[in-house]
Design a protein around this ligand. Structure first.
Ligand code: IMP
Ligand code: MG
Length: 175
């Protein structure tokens, strides 16, 4: 059994303020297309894109899932939605909720780079550096987080908690 931490790890106000400055950095980069990762990335993507707020900025969604037993990702990533992307020669920003082992983001960026874009950069709301096994660094990060299970702001546990506007940790509850 899990329960939410008593206090949010990161409050709505802190998230809003950080996203304001992050979006300003992203604005100066001239991205053509945001490629957003479902499901976890959808809230962060919406929050960031409306702050970047450029008329020419396009958004596309892909879905990534890692093969494996469900608790530990196996290093192989299945990506759907690539066939409808037209990214040749374009500047791409990949957005996801969290960089954990890094397998998902590595799989996505490798697949996109095979499609002939001009540039691929990555942005995640959260970076759990302690868990990294894949050889990948992200270009833009909202917050560094400790090695705890995080929910809220798009991140879920078995589908729950995803819509909470703050970032919470899950803790093991007795009984
Ligand atoms: P990675 O491939 O290990 O980097 O895993 C990335 C994916 O695992 C993320 O896109 C999330 O969907 C999920 N994930 C990793 N850590 C957490 C967490 O703390 N809470 C919720 N989902 C997580
Ligand atoms: Mg995900």
């Amino acid at each position: 059994m899990y329960r939410m931490s008593r206090q949010p790890l990161i409050s709505k106000k802190e998230i809003d303020e950080r996203l304001d400055t992050l979006a300003e950095e992203l604005r100066s980069e001239n991205f053509d297309i945001v490629v957003s990762t479902l499901l976890g990335g959808f809230i962060f993507t919406a929050d960031i894109c409306r702050r970047i707020a450029k008329p020419e900025l396009k958004v596309a969604f892909i879905k990534a899932s890692s093969y494996g037993d469900g608790t530990e990702s196996s290093g192989k990533v299945k990506i759907s939605g690539l066939e409808s992307l037209n990214i040749a020669g374009k500047n791409i920003l990949v957005i996801d909720d969290i960089l954990d082992t890094g397998n998902t983001m590595l799989g996505i960026t490798n697949a996109l780079r095979d499609m002939g874009p001009n540039k691929v950069k990555t942005c995640v709301l959260l970076n759990k550096q302690a868990r990294r096994t894949a050889d990948i660094r992200t270009d833009f990060v909202g917050f560094e987080v400790e090695n705890k299970f995080i929910v809220g702001c798009g991140l879920d546990y078995a589908g729950d908690y995803r819509t909470l506007p703050e970032i919470w940790t899950l803790e093991e509850a007795d009984g």
